[in-house]
Ligand binder design. Structure first.
Ligand code: 5GP
Ligand code: ZN
Length: 143
């Protein structure tokens, strides 16, 4: 997957825009978020340009996923947080501002004022089963 001109994170991968790098290998780069929600807020990205996670190959997604446990541990160790939110805003409607896939690792502390509106709804009768069938069928297998 070629770098995308005008993509801020592709430029960070290529070193054209400076960043504080924490970890990198052939497939993945982790660096400090320039606008942290808390001290230690890290971004983890594939070096290949994908706009959203649903466009990623399973292999590239796996490369990203395999570094998350250790990076989360290090963020918590260094920031002193006892928990983190791992967040991936997928698509503009979901709050994605930079259109190159990234996971946020956001350290959390008690009474830090972070968090988001989480107002659970409930399904009308049969709807959850219907949606589950639609999705498992779309995946090409039955659950
Ligand atoms: P999104 O809303 O797309 O999930 O989050 C984009 C994140 O990228 C934001 O948290 C923002 O602070 C961060 N960001 C945007 N531009 C830069 C940059 O040039 N350098 C770094 N290190 N982070 C950036
Ligand atoms: Zn990019």
């Amino acid at each position: 997957v070629a770098a995308k001109p005008d993509c801020v994170f592709c430029k960070i991968v290529q070193g054209e825009i400076p960043s504080h790098r924490v970890f990198e290998n052939d497939a993945v780069l982790a660096f400090m978020d320039i606008g942290p929600l808390a001290e230690g807020h890290l971004l983890v990205i594939p070096k290949a340009h994908y706009q959203t996670i649903d466009q990623m190959s399973a292999e590239h997604a796996a490369e990203l996923g395999r570094v998350l446990p250790q990076l989360t541990g290090v963020v918590q160790q260094v920031s002193g947080a006892t928990g983190c939110n791992l967040l991936q805003n997928n698509g503009v409607v979901a709050g994605q501002a930079v259109l190159h896939v990234h996971f946020h690792i956001i350290p959390r502390a008690a009474q830090d004022g972070l968090g988001y509106r989480w107002h659970p709804k409930s399904y009308p009768d049969g709807r959850a089963a219907e949606l589950a069938t639609l999705m498992s069928t779309a995946l090409g297998r039955s659950a």
